[in-house]
Design a protein around this ligand. Structure first.
Ligand SMILES: [Ca+2]
Length: 253
């Protein structure tokens, strides 16, 4: 293998390792499965124990009770042509959850879109929880227009425990929050010298940029003590001093 090819492969590996990757076990974050028969705009689901929505189960809400319905809604989804879910419909308390595999003890980012039922105005409050962490989110007020719900994107960060799986839970605390388009991303481990070996496993945490490294993150070549611009500046300074000395010696003779 020639050196150039090796370098290209090294950079490809670096690029791959620097890219966070979607959580493979998580499914149907946009609620578009199973869908509803043509002409049916919504389906009220039992507030606990329904597995109608692919990958999801309806469960008791934040206070341990399950009432009202989880509403599976077409037409006003965040993703055009799809479906979304409304929690706490109507004047109820309920939640949905999904369990999926996760790399142990890694930070994860859950992104989701949030709105309030357009015809039940006061801003809804949604609770999200996973792996012992939970956060509340206030949605914008109901817009009164199902075609312009005022969807807002939100982020929830959690660290997976050491069991190899995580349960993500969404429930209403106030009103009727609508949720849609959920994605889970594992946050890549810190890699200060960007050599593709995470800091926790890197025996040489300061390798030169672009160096080809082994499994321990070592290249055998120490990092330069000075940056390239500093070295160029120093070289130019030395040349200038040299020229001044030559000029001075000429004038003094
Ligand atoms: Ca959707």
């Amino acid at each position: 293998m020639n050196t150039r090819l090796c370098l290209v492969e090294g950079w490809m590996l670096l690029a791959l390792s620097a890219t966070s990757f979607a959580q493979i076990g998580f499914q149907n974050g946009s609620f578009d499965s199973p869908g509803l028969p043509s002409g049916q705009p919504a389906q009220a689901l039992d507030p606990s124990g329904s597995t109608f929505i692919t990958g999801w189960t309806t469960v008791p809400g934040y206070n341990g009770t399950a009432s009202g319905a989880v509403e599976y809604v077409g037409a006003w989804s965040q993703d055009p042509g799809g479906y979304c879910v409304e929690l706490g419909y109507y004047s109820g308390v309920n939640a949905i959850k999904q369990t999926f595999s996760t790399t142990p003890s890694r930070p994860h980012l859950a992104s989701f879109w949030l709105a309030t039922d357009p015809f039940n105005g006061p801003p809804a409050i949604l609770r999200v929880s996973a792996a012992g962490t939970s956060s509340d989110y206030q949605a914008p007020p109901g817009s009164g227009d199902s075609r312009a719900m005022g969807w807002q994107q939100q982020s929830f960060v959690f660290t997976s425990d050491n069991t190899g799986s995580t349960t993500l839970w969404f429930g209403n605390v106030v009103g009727i929050p609508a949720i849609d388009s959920i994605t889970i991303t594992e946050v890549p481990e810190a890699d200060s010298d960007d050599d593709g070996v995470p800091d926790a496993q890197d025996h040489c945490p300061n390798t030169a940029p672009g160096a080809i490294v082994d499994a321990d993150g070592c290249s055998g070549v120490p990092a330069p003590a000075m940056s390239a611009p500093m070295m160029i500046g120093l070289a130019m300074g030395l040349i200038l001093v040299g020229l001044l000395r030559v000029a001075r010696s000429r004038w003094s003779t």
